[in-house]
Design a protein around this ligand. Sequence first.
Ligand SMILES: C[S@@+](CC[C@H](N)C(=O)[O-])C[C@H]1O[C@@H](n2cnc3c(N)ncnc32)[C@H](O)[C@@H]1O
Length: 335
Amino acid sequence: MKPDRKVIGELIVGYRKAKILFTAASMNLFSLTRNAAAAGAISRALRTEPRATGIFLDSLAAMGFLKKKNGFYRNMPLARRFLVPGKKEYLGHNLQYQDIIWNAWSELGSVIKSGVPPVALGKLLSGRSKFLGEYIKGMGEIARKPAEEIASALELSGAADMLDVGGGPGSYSIAFLERNPNPGARAVIMDLKGTLKVTRKIIAAHRLHDRITLKPGNYHTSAFGKDRYDLVLFSHVTHDEGPEDNLRLLKKAFAALRKGGQVVIHDFMLNGNKTAPLFSALFSVHMLVYTKNGRVYSSEEYSSWLKKAGFRGIKERHICSQTENPSRILVAVKP
Ligand SMILES: C[S@@+](CC[C@H](N)C(=O)[O-])C[C@H]1O[C@@H](n2cnc3c(N)ncnc32)[C@H](O)[C@@H]1O
């Protein structure tokens, strides 16, 4: 890269832009600016201080989320499409989750010194804060595309019984069942009790919900069963855990699969020397600031654990490779 000071200048405004957007999403601002609204009316609706609100709204207009005309603010297409609750492509829950995690990022220096996050994921998930709902719904928002792509890439015809470990919003179970040519195929989502309360609400409206069983459990301590599934999925689960736990989880998946069954690991992954893709390297820091042992792994690391667990025929595939957050799957078979 050419040494250009613009690169640093852009990073300085980058965090400002991000925080302004996260705050707007957390305040649900864009539902107030569906139609043109004056700053005064917006600040009354949000119960915010008028001068501060005006400065904030102007910055959102400068960034292209709002249009300002004669003192009135209205959503621009970007906000209309992705930031208004109820829209098919809504990303607001994910942004609100990012806003909550912001505090953990503020502690990055001390996390690097101590290696310990200020608050770990387990605590966030079991707490009474807003975190759990935004986290799980936010996962659902970013899962739409990869879930469809993975479901169409996999051979699902033999997958009558599937276990979705840490399935969260259930996006992958739904996509896999939709693509499965077997109308009797079923999925079990194993997740923490608190998470499943959110999952139940998300999938209730879906026509396939009666083919999905929600199984409360802790994937570290709860049994997966023996020889009972054709497919076990870990999507965005292994990056929350350390290497030993991941190997243990893969061994449990191996025992739970029938002969010929497949395990699928879906996650952000790094290349061998862990410096690319950029999104994955940054996501690894994201895991560092709020999980005890999590990080992003390379596909080589996953392959070695899969082999140690007994799996064979490992295949790798890039997912959403043209998007801003590319991921990969590793698929392997229990011989
Ligand atoms: C990053 S989310 C991934 C959700 C989903 N698999 C996806 O890809 O959209 C991680 C999920 O693991 C669940 N989880 C975390 N720790 C767990 C544990 N010890 N036992 C079971 N589930 C756990 C969380 O509740 C959450 O649903």
